[in-house]
Design a protein around this ligand. Structure first.
Ligand code: ADP
Length: 256
């Protein structure tokens, strides 16, 4: 399961205007080094998910370039997108099954990933028999079976209660340390962004531009108590101030 991250990512002066004229992103310069964990925060509609889709190659920029270091990609969406009629095990093994991996190999990989996300014992449960947090764990396990070197998270825990979310943050952070993947994580939660990340990038309202790029010089492993440390509070306050500033309407004449 463990991988060595070879996979950095760079957005170079990236702009994107959709076919319908929506100007989603402008002049984005973000470099994510191999093994870094960078969160993207910003007002709704500022282009955070679009940046992930660009990183995955699902969209192409209309300006600038997206550069990838290579390596396998993992993607976790806001919705766990599990197939209702398949068990946890059969959902988690699905990508490998579609890729034609033999049953024995893919089952072993799926079982290992299920253990890693703490779902051992629930292999034969159907999604409807799981809590929201457990469904999201299954979704993460499914992505982990591909041993991602670049792992993209599109606000995966937004629908979960605070305690479940904190626990999953701790687990994602532990997986990051263990597997060494490069992480890019979209969230609306400042605490989640600071807890997980080596850097937090704050985007402005549409078209999204980089408003601030804030380092999180907190040690790993990130423990639950960290959330109550003065340093955590200071960094969260810095991100919060940048976010408030980024949400201010821009002056007329400051053209997109
Ligand atoms: P965020 O994730 O920050 O909430 P998105 O990246 O989803 O924002 O969207 C950025 C903007 O681009 C939004 O205004 C959204 O409506 C628009 N948008 C997203 N995808 C498309 C598309 N395929 N065509 C046109 N507009 C789009």
């Amino acid at each position: 399961m463990s991988t060595i991250a070879t996979s950095g990512l760079a957005f170079e002066q990236v702009g994107l205007v959709f076919d319908n004229g929506t100007h989603a992103l402008a002049g984005i310069d973000i470099t994510v080094g191999a093994g870094e964990f960078v969160s993207l925060v910003g007002p709704s509609g500022c282009g955070k998910s679009t940046l992930l889709r660009l990183a995955a190659g699902f969209e192409q920029p209309t300006q600038g370039a997206v550069r990838l270091g290579g390596g396998t990609l993992g993607y976790v969406f806001q919705d766990p997108t599990l197939l209702a009629w398949r068990s946890v095990l059969r959902n988690v093994e699905l990508p490998a099954e579609l890729a034609g991996v033999d049953k024995r190999t893919r089952r072993a990989a799926a079982r290992a990933a299920i253990e890693l996300v703490g779902l051992g014992g629930f292999e034969n449960h159907k999604p409807a028999q799981l809590s929201g947090g457990m469904r999201m764990r299954a979704s993460i396990a499914r992505a982990l079976t591909g041993a991602p070197e670049l792992f993209l998270f599109d606000e995966p825990f937004g629908a979960l209660d605070e305690i479940t979310r904190q626990r999953l943050n701790e687990e994602v952070s532990a997986l990051h340390r263990r597997s060494g993947f490069t992480g890019v994580f979209v969230t609306h939660s400042i605490a989640e962004a600071v807890f997980l990340s080596t850097r937090v990038v704050v985007l402005t309202g549409r078209p999204g531009r980089v408003a601030a790029d804030i380092a999180v010089p907190l040690d790993f492993p990130r423990t639950p108590q960290l959330r109550y440390s003065p340093e955590f509070g200071r960094i969260a306050a810095t991100v919060s101030a940048a976010l408030h500033e980024a949400e201010q309407p821009r002056e007329i004449g400051h053209a997109a």
